[in-house]
Design a protein around this ligand. Structure first.
Ligand SMILES: Cc1cc2nc3c(=O)[nH]c(=O)nc-3n(C[C@H](O)[C@H](O)[C@H](O)COP(=O)(O)OP(=O)(O)OC[C@H]3O[C@@H](n4cnc5c(N)ncnc54)[C@H](O)[C@@H]3O)c2cc1C
Length: 460
């Protein structure tokens, strides 16, 4: 570590056990692991040199933004170094004319939103952790969020990246302009690679014009089954809401007390819907979506346009994950995706799995793109094997329905054992080969995505 201290400054290398403990976990149930040291970098060139030194001594290196990940991605399961980008956090440039933002990885997403919107522009990706999560973590996980249904995910807004591979090579990947197809799309490959191929040092992001107006609706429905009908009725009318969030009957029952809004008698499911765009157009769309929800049997529709009212309708949804965490001693949250028309089938299968296993399984999520957060809540530690069986049953059902294991959280540690349920051994081997090209000594975030054996490592 002396070599790293020399380049990063002695205050940047932290061995204090309490601080190491604070960096030993993320927002998942992955068992905490202590790193040998935390390195807080403040400059991109220093980040690159730290990777180079780690490569020379074959020290595992786990990048960390804010540690809000849900699959153990930032947990240093093989020890070594946790490289924190929290101080590498400048918004370097917002070019309103070109619609481009250049940012460091440690920028908190909400800060980027505020800065961009002050210029009349819009950066759509909005994971619900936006108040704390960082751009680096968003890029590494290809974060989505409620607005992904209309606007797409993080990858859709990446023009180019400055990134450092596991052998210390500092690369510019992607394109400098809004359009460009020169060579392989390595920026697209690094986005979503969960810190296993390269560490992201800086990003050039695409911005779009800020929508003129936003309107939020909270729709109470009589059953889980009516969720599917309401979604199809909306889409059939040619409307793409910017958000279409569902809360199923079990989650709604659990949040009834703390919802912040009165939930009508008989309501068994809820949709949070947001439309945006030109004011005059919105008025017409609002009438048509209300018509769609009424046709699906809506019991009540609450509507909000001012930012305070909208925030009130959103508060319960944003806090749902934490509310559920307070209900049971243990909570695991999966983020599977199924084709939209199979959402109700998936909810029904969740009920069956819950009955068979005795595990409470409230579900909510981004209904527009079929991305559901299925939660597993339990109190008795002895129940863990049943939880694992229930998770496997959920994953098998998802794949059978033509879905995928993760819509936005990534594979990390938690889903690595299940990867072969969805992907062939040939595909996994090919991806391992790509990892070996980027990271020949396997130092970057070992133990993530693919199961790997733990091995000893050097010191510097
Ligand atoms: C309440 C709550 C709600 C959430 N809602 C959503 C949601 O709606 N949508 C969604 O997509 N996610 C959601 N998440 C998950 C999480 O917030 C996202 O995955 C987020 O992108 C992680 O950002 P982070 O800065 O916390 O990254 P971390 O947790 O610190 O790291 C995540 C991964 O990124 C890697 N990484 C971090 N920085 C870099 C870098 N500079 N270079 C290379 N790799 C790097 C890490 O090694 C790790 O593998 C939610 C989490 C919580 C707790």
């Amino acid at each position: 570590m002396l070599e790293i201290e020399r380049i990063a400054g002695s205050g940047s290398v932290i061995r204090d056990p309490d601080i190491r403990a604070a960096y030993s976990h993320d927002e998942s149930e992955v068992e905490p692991h202590l790193a040998d040291a935390i390195v807080r970098v403040e400059r991109g060139d220093v980040l690159a040199l730290v990777v180079e030194i780690a490569a020379k001594y074959e020290i595992p290196l786990t990048a960390r933004g804010a540690g809000t990940g849900r699959v153990g991605g930032a947990v240093p399961v093989h020890g070594g170094i946790v490289l924190s980008t929290e101080k590498l956090n400048s918004i370097v440039e917002i070019d309103a004319q070109e619609g481009i933002a250049i940012v460091d990885p440690g920028v908190v997403l909400a800060d980027l939103h505020a800065a961009v919107e002050a210029e009349g522009l819009f950066y759509p990706p909005d994971p619900n952790s936006l108040a704390t999560c960082t751009i680096g973590g968003n890029l590494a996980c290809n974060a989505g969020g409620p607005r992904a249904f209309k606007y797409g995910v993080t990858r859709n807004y990446v023009l180019s990246l400055q990134a450092v591979t596991g052998s210390g090579a500092r690369l510019n990947v992607g394109r400098p302009t809004v359009k460009g197809v020169t060579g392989y799309d390595l920026a697209g490959l690094i986005v979503g690679s969960e810190g296993t191929l390269a560490l992201i040092e800086r990003a050039r992001l695409r911005l779009i014009p800020r929508p003129e107006s936003i309107h939020t609706l909270l729709v109470f429905l009589p059953s889980d089954e009516s969720i599917g009908e309401a979604i199809q009725a909306t889409l059939r009318r040619g409307i793409t809401p910017r958000c279409l969030e569902l809360i199923d009957s079990i989650a709604l029952g659990l949040m009834r007390r703390d919802a912040g809004v009165a939930i009508p008698e008989g309501a068994e499911a809820m949709l949070l819907v947001e439309l945006d765009g030109d004011e005059a157009l919105l008025e017409r769309e609002l009438e048509r979506v209300a018509d769609a929800f009424n046709a699906a049997g809506a019991l009540e529709i609450l509507s909000a346009q001012s930012s305070t009212e909208r925030e009130r309708l959103w508060a319960a949804r944003r806090e749902l994950s934490r509310t559920l965490r307070g209900i049971a001693r243990f909570k695991l949250s999966e983020d599977i995706v199924v084709p939209r028309r199979r959402i109700f089938d998936l909810l029904r299968r969740c009920r069956e799995i819950s009955e068979e296993s005795g595990i409470l399984m409230p579900t909510y999520g981004h209904a527009g793109d079929g991305n559901l957060h299925v939660n597993f809540l339990w109190d008795d530690p002895e129940k863990r094997p049943e939880v694992d069986r229930a998770i496997e049953a959920l994953f098998r059902a998802t794949v059978e329905m033509g879905g995928t294991l993760s819509g936005e959280h990534g594979i990390g540690v938690l889903k690595a054992p299940y990867l072969p349920l969805e992907q062939s051994s040939e595909l996994i081997t090919l991806q391992r080969g790509i990892k070996a090209l980027f990271d020949p000594s396997g130092i970057l975030n070992p133990g993530k995505i693919f199961l790997t054996e733990r091995k000893g490592h050097g010191t510097c």
